[in-house]
Design a protein around this ligand. Structure first.
Ligand code: GDP
Length: 195
């Protein structure tokens, strides 16, 4: 998809704030610093619509971006930031769970992991949670430019194994530096919203 129009429509905490439209939604989740903002900005050809996080863990809201009047991207606040209190973490969990389990428009979740490392405990929990609710997942392994091409397969296999990756899901190696995986990501998103 070539994106000409993308704008933030609302930062929501509770369901009554979610936009009242029937547009399909794609949620995006991942650890703070994984490259989620960079991924969103790459897909929509912007430098800085989704904020790249100087302060990980800061945004504790679901940010809805309207893309081409065709779909919403729902940016889920990053997890795994050590300085977040227990109370905040619990609030975060509740907000995500409510959204994921009640939102009819949600078609798929982009789950971002860093290609250089094994998925964290939280990455694995997130994937298990999404699979428990039978949601299609597009796993995006970010920062592919940071490891040599010759190691891509090895890292991909290791990540899939740790996640107990469902072969019906999509796995995409991605780099916001080189734009590798951008077309594949759009294809996966378009396939998910057309279903
Ligand atoms: P977020 O916290 O998940 O939104 O992560 P950001 O998009 O803000 O990225 C965190 C840091 O990783 C920033 O310094 C980015 O420039 C860097 N980064 C993100 N994606 C890539 C990538 O594909 N390649 C490289 N080399 N750096 C990246």
């Amino acid at each position: 998809m070539k994106v000409h129009n993308a704008e933030i429509v609302i930062s929501a905490v509770s369901p009554k704030q979610y936009p009242e439209t029937d547009l399909p939604e794609i949620a995006l989740a991942g650890r703070s610093n994984v490259g989620k903002s960079s991924f969103i900005n790459t897909l929509i050809d912007r430098k800085n619509l989704a904020r790249t996080s100087g302060k990980p863990g800061k945004t504790q809201t679901l940010n809805f971006y309207l893309i081409e009047n065709a779909l919403h991207f729902v940016d889920v606040p990053g997890y795994g930031y050590a300085k977040v209190s227990k109370t905040e973490r619990a609030k975060w969990g509740e907000m995500i769970e409510t959204y994921i389990t009640t939102r009819k428009q949600l078609r798929a979740v982009v789950s971002l992991v860093d290609v250089r490392h094994d998925p964290s405990k939280e990455d694995i929990q997130m994937y298990e949670f999404l699979k428990y609710y039978n949601l299609p997942v597009i796993v995006v392994a970010t920062k592919a430019d940071k490891i040599p091409r010759g190691k891509w397969n090895k890292h991909t296999s290791a990540i899939k194994k740790k996640l107990d990756f469902d072969p019906n899901d999509t796995f995409i190696l991605f780099s916001s530096e080189t734009k590798k995986g951008k077309e594949e990501a759009w294809q996966a998103i378009e396939a998910a919203i057309e279903k």
